[in-house]
Design a protein around this ligand. Sequence first.
Ligand code: ADP
Length: 716
Amino acid sequence: DLSSVKETVTSVDNTPPTSRKPTGDPQYFQARQALPLWSRQDDIRRILRQNDVLVLVGETGSGKSTQVPQFIIGEKWCQKKKVKVGQEEVNVGGVVAITQPRRVAATTLAHRVSREAGTPLNRLGPHSKGLVGYSVRFDHRVPPGTKIKYVTEGMLLQELLRDPHLRQYSAIIVDEIHERSVDVDLLSGFLKQIILSDKAGRGGIPLKVIIMSATANVGSIKHFFSGADSAVSDGTANPEATPMTSVEFLQIEGRQFPVEIIHTPKPVPDIQEALMKTLFKIHTEESLSDKHGKKDILAFLTGQEEIEAAQKLIEEYATTLPPKVPKIKVFPLYGQLSMEAQHEAFQPIKGSSTRKIVLATNIAETSVTVPGVRFVVDCGKAKVKQYRARLGMESLLAKPISKSSAIQRAGRAGREGPGKCFRLYTEETYETLQKTDLPEILRTDILSAILTMKARGINDVLAFPLMDPPEFEAVEKALLHLHILGAIADDGSITEVGRKMVMFPVTPPYARVLLAAADPKYDCLLEVIEIISCITAGDDIFLQIQSEETRDNIEEFRKELRRREGDLLTYLTTMQLYTAENADRVQWCKERRINTRNMKQALNIRKQLRELCVKQGMMEQPPQDPQPFYPASPEQAANILKCFLRGFAIKTALLAPDSSYVTPQGKHVVAIHPASVLHGQKKEAIMFLEHVYTQKNYAKKVSAIESLWIVEAMGG
Ligand code: ADP
């Protein structure tokens, strides 16, 4: 029943230009006034004065993420108010939060909008006032006076723990809802509860919600927010008194030049080869620029590894081009890349005789705009997290994208002028693609999601309002796992341990490990942080060895790092030696075939986790680097592994009489991955933190343990 949803579809072409002048830095006025959204700002303001929820659809680049918050912060309803909540006098409102699925989008947008607003973040001193800020995992810049705050979805979920009524905010803008991450689905449920039944908690001040999407596929979202169903389960709402929310829908057509789509005539046997041919065909045959501007290339690949390999090949091949062919500069763009490196991909290139090639994951599909792109090369795949319920494990697999993604990718070529999109697959293949992607909550491990729900006091997670509730079986499984982790009690309520676990920006099993390590019985928090930092930085700090010859030598390269207890202790030694060395760290990494960039990222995560643990009172201020290196004793190693077992008791396997490793609960056979230091070895029992399913069931990040420890970890 959509009767409560009003619909307005407008097109840019027949709307009069608004006479409003932008505020902020004049150098951006012209660009902002040219955005498709600019002329609709009065509509947006009017709708929000009259309604609780606005669902706004507009092409990527139409100005949603940068302009909408600036349109509304001056509104009367958007100002901070002093109100009474019970006996207490509190401030409500004044700030607008805009959520983003990825940190890079949140920080890029905050920088951009802070420049537009005339309070550029990168030129503010530590105490200067500003209008715009951001808050993402491990990185916050919220200057005093901030009214517009870009946050990741996960960050806002964390804030909900501290401030369940979101009192600081007048409005929450949920951007990129079409991506349908677990976090955005949870957030939507919470927001629905707040707007439907939490007026009292905010002293009667409503929270306005703006849902933004680049695709018009928002029927179920509109329905969800219209409040027509009564799945709100805070236990206080009387179904008959459940107020309806007024939702208005506004669609704005973007500026889009025609994009010619070229499929391959036959399926390509080798994507990398097809990619290289296509890139150099474009580069040698197409002009570098035209009257619309630069004509750069954006290629969509599946992941970091593929991107790094392609970059190397392109750079090598480019050196063989004749001197009169323009130069090429390659920029990688993926989520794990450092913030600075990601920003580089957005900068216009200096020198007009060089073509930019950006090699990106689907991060560049809808959330960030790479300027100058006129050619798109689409490999047709994306890596997605796939939760394998039967195995109780999650794996990252390259899967065909949906039609909707393919269309988005092609659209990237037509932002600034007519473009071309080269699909490295046939038209027949395109026709077989699914229309849209499944929401992540239906694909993923929902452990963190459920624990977050529990921490919000939602005991009956099955009744929480979700746009697409996960299957009963998956929820039950997650509840069981959380129970094993000690995060929820027998009656299903969250425990003290569970409450501490949600404070950590890592998944529940890792959070459990950290908590165990702080226990005086084990006392190895510093060591465990070293290991978790290495694990969560990028794909792996250890570079994969391609050639046979080097593979044989790898034990030699990493001789002093390798530990017989397995990969976790090897990570520990690596981090300890890396930070103990005073010599050239880059060279040190190179000699050991270690990814310098991931290692730097690991250092950053280590710093943040240490700070968090100090703040949580779990440890004293840690000693400064460099520290003298003492290898962990066998007792220490055992303690460390016992802590990891607290989080990963269900990821264990025992050696069977036929020398295979079999998981105790599911009776699945797993093999130790060739990249593990324990590859080819027989141990009584193993624990593995990760599991990949390629040709075989591979256990990764493997450690040798004693079977008795598993019983201990499950029991107490
Ligand atoms: P939407 O949210 O609809 O995708 P945005 O508000 O993010 O649109 O972007 C609007 C326009 O602002 C983009 O098309 C681009 O021209 C410009 N823009 C946004 N972010 C940046 C940036 N970091 N650097 C340069 N230009 C940007």
